[in-house]
Structure formats: structure tokens, C-alpha cells
Design a binder for this molecule. Structure first.
Ligand code: 5GP
Length: 199
């Protein structure tokens, strides 16, 4: 059963919270949910594919997209820019598809402002030590980058209270199940379903 217009889900959480794994599991489990592919000025990591994980673009192109008002939201995160291309999200929502954004907290605040009906979920590891361990274990970033990401995580934690839900990622299966359940419950809200009771 699909709603006429899709619902927007926003997932944020510190880098290293295991967001990508949890989101990938939820995406694989649902055919009513589309992932919004962001644009970024960051270079691709091993295995990342242009158009699937991100649109990897240069600063000039990013600035043009800002000037043309092509972003639903955008933010600078640890020296790189990230933004959600607006049109793709709007088209999917209009077609009845639900859309999930994986964005950091400043971007989520912009979305909340522009689309207050969006459902926001903060995904976090069980502890700060756990977060540091995850960032080191993935061997993706320099020490400087890890320190910047940890500093950033502290301010992200302070933003968590503005979210509708908090998922603690101790175990990716449990966290994926929780995120999936939140999405299902939101789609079952009376406001979404009452139209089916018309006689
Ligand atoms: P990473 O470089 O680890 O892929 O992402 C760094 C941070 O940028 C993550 O917290 C991720 O959620 C966030 N991010 C990814 N895409 C977007 C976007 O389009 N907008 C904003 N504001 N943040 C994003």
C-alpha cells in the first residue's frame, strides 16, 4: 500500500556511526524507499561509485548548483561540501516513493525548516569510545581527519535532541530493524491511512 505522496526520512549521526551499513540494510529490505544520492566535493573512497554513493563534483560545479538553487540543503563538513539535489527528491516524493536522506545535522536542520513533515532519525554508536574505535578501524582517514570527525561528533550529539527518533547502533541488524520499524510505523499513521477508510 502506498501513500499518494511519499514521505521524507532524514537520517543523521556522527561519521563512523555505521550509518551506511544500517541504511544499506534497510534499503535492501524495502522497495518503497529511495535513497537520495548527494553531491559532494569530497573525493571517492575505495569502492565508492559516482551516481550510486555520491555525485563526486568539484567546487566550481558545487558553487554553480548553489547559485542555481538546486539544493534542498547543503553544508560544509570537515573541509568538504555536501548537498542534496532538490529536484530528484521532489520527483520521487511526487511519484509516491518514500525518500531517505543520509545527511549531517546542519543539513537536517535546513530540511526540518523547509519540510517540517520530514521524519528525522539520529543514529549513534553506543558510546564515544566506540565511535573513535570505529573511525580508526575503518582505516579510511588520516589522524587529523579522525580528530576533526570526533570534534564534529561532539557538536552533533548536542543536536540529537531535535530529532524525532534515536537509534543506537550496537548491532547493525538490530539498528536496521529499528530504523525499518520507524519507517513502517510512520507510514501506518492515521493521517496516512485514514483515506482508506472512506466508505
Ligand atoms: P562521508 O564523507 O563520511 O561520506 O560523509 C560525511 C558526512 O556528510 C556524513 O555525516 C553524511 O551523513 C553527511 N552527508 C552526506 N551527504 C550529505 C548531504 O547531501 N548533505 C549534508 N548536509 N550532509 C551530507
Amino acid at each position: 500500500m502506498r501513500t499518494e505522496r511519499g514521505k521524507l526520512f532524514v537520517v543523521s549521526g556522527p561519521s563512523g556511526a555505521g550509518k551506511s551499513t544500517v541504511i544499506a540494510r534497510v534499503m535492501a529490505a524495502r522497495d518503497d524507499l529511495a535513497f537520495s544520492v548527494s553531491a559532494t566535493t569530497r573525493g571517492p573512497r575505495d569502492g565508492e561509485i559516482h551516481g550510486i554513493n555520491y555525485f563526486f563534483i568539484d567546487h566550481k560545479c558545487f558553487d554553480e548548483m548553489i547559485a542555481n538553487d538546486e539544493f534542498l540543503e547543503y553544508a560544509e563538513y570537515v573541509t568538504n561540501f555536501y548537498g542534496t539535489p532538490r529536484q530528484a527528491v521532489m520527483d520521487k516524493l511526487a511519484s509516491g516513493m518514500n525518500v531517505l536522506l543520509d545527511i549531517e545535522v546542519q543539513g537536517a536542520a535546513q530540511v526540518r525548516e523547509r519540510m517540517p513533515e520530514a521524519v528525522t532519525i539520529f543514529l549513534t554508536p553506543a558510546s564515544f569510545t566506540d565511535l573513535e574505535q570505529r573511525l580508526r578501524n575503518r582505516h579510511q582517514d588520516s589522524e587529523e581527519m579522525i580528530q576533526s570527525r570526533l570534534e564534529r561528533a561532539k557538536s552533533e550529539y548536542r543536536a540529537a535532541e531535535s530529532y524525532d527518533y534515536i537509534v543506537i547502533n550496537d548491532d547493525p541488524d538490530v539498528a536496521a530493524n529499528e530504523l525499518n520499524s520507524i519507517i513502517t510505523a510512520e507510514l501506518c499513521r492515521t493521517v496516512e491511512r485514514i483515506k482508506y477508510l472512506e466508505v
